[in-house]
Design a protein around this ligand. Structure first.
Ligand SMILES: Nc1ncnc2c1ncn2[C@@H]1O[C@H](COP(=O)(O)OP(=O)(O)O)[C@@H](O)[C@H]1O
Ligand SMILES: [Mg+2]
Length: 129
């Protein structure tokens, strides 16, 4: 796909700052695309590292789709700006970025803080997903 011509509603959802945003739209209407673009804009304009952004989904399939589409978008930007070292770093950082299901994220919090909450760790050997 070439450059997307975003609709004005999509532009709003991509650019809006300092507010909580709820985007509700039909399947296939571009919600994931907008979210990926928001993330890419933050990486490029605000020089934020991808591993400082939390992206949570409901399903593992959605998390892996997000990771794939973010990687694809990063590569596309690298093609435009091959000398941008910050962009280049994002490919490596993506592997440790928090792009996961809400369940996996909550499980991580419990595992990493079970001391604090006096919870006996039964999670030692459980896999992250
Ligand atoms: N404004 C647009 N113009 C052209 N294609 C678009 C536009 N917005 C989204 N798309 C494309 O439509 C397809 C479905 O988008 P996606 O983000 O997967 O939708 P959703 O997450 O809402 O189901 C993708 O290929 C996406 O790139
Ligand atoms: Mg989607």
């Amino acid at each position: 796909m070439g450059e997307v011509k975003w609709t004005s509603e999509q532009m709003l959802a991509i650019k809006e700052k300092g507010e909580n945003i709820l985007v509700a739209a039909a399947a296939g209407s571009g919600k994931t695309a907008v979210l990926v673009e928001r993330i890419i804009n933050k990486i490029i304009n605000e020089k934020i590292d991808i591993d400082k952004i939390l992206v949570v989904t409901f399903t593992k399939a959605a998390a892996s789709e997000m990771r794939g589409r973010i990687l694809e978008a990063i590569y596309k930007e690298i093609e435009k700006n091959p000398k941008d070292t910050h962009l280049g770093q994002q490919v490596t950082l993506l592997s440790k970025a928090n792009i996961c299901t809400i369940d996996a994220f909550c499980l991580d919090i419990v595992k990493n803080n079970f001391f604090e909450i006096r919870y006996i760790s039964k999670f030692k050997n459980s896999r992250r997903h």
